[in-house]
Design a protein around this ligand. Sequence first.
Ligand code: 13P
Length: 252
Amino acid sequence: MSRIKLMCGNWKLHKTIAESVELATAVKNAVGPLRDVEVAVAPVFTALHAVAKRLEGSAVVLAAQNCFWEDQGAWTGEVSAKLLKDVGCKYVIIAHSERRQWFGETDAMASLKVRAALRNGLDPIYCVGETLAERDAGEAFHVVGRQLEGGLTDLTAKEAERLVIAYEPVWAIGTGRTASPQQAQEVHQFIRGKLSEKFGNAAEAIRIQYGGSVKPDNASLLMDQPDIDGALVGGASLKADDFLKIVKYRNS
Ligand code: 13P
């Protein structure tokens, strides 16, 4: 099974509307037509509409950084998956470790969000990953296994094919400390095994991204691993040149 790699820039809480459009334009102009890789960018909510307009007609697709699980109602301050579909998103990042750490998001909430995304025609990018303390305690597999169990409930195999899993070890996010290709592959293989227990053959279609200090100089060794199907890129996605070098890792 050959899976098309998904390279997604997670811009986090950075950039105004004008700056987001500028970066999206640079990415769009430089990637050109794409064959063997899919490219997505995830700006802040307030820039989604403008970036969607700018990306029209290009191969770069839009992702959101979070969504709510209800479609509408008395939920002050929330943005639903339904509205993200309406603004032009294809993907939505769910349960990023920063949401888990700072906003108390749990696997149970993630599960509701994953189902809301699928119900509304968005493909979820579900984030999992252990903290440094958990890794040091030898619990990395256990933690990731629990996150997969808790966040991916009541899905059919057909729905599961639309999932993207992002393995982001918390100790590698924004620290400059990347998991080695072997360390990452080991966990990706474990994740694929778990997905296969849950969803059978659909597991072969599910893309598993790596995230955590992905940079132009380490992208290619990571992407060469058999179960690494793309990258979720934070810091390096804020500079068009660096992000493009990662997208085009095969040529570097
Ligand atoms: P960095 O690439 O800045 O480590 O961030 C990774 C990340 O959290 C992407 O979602």
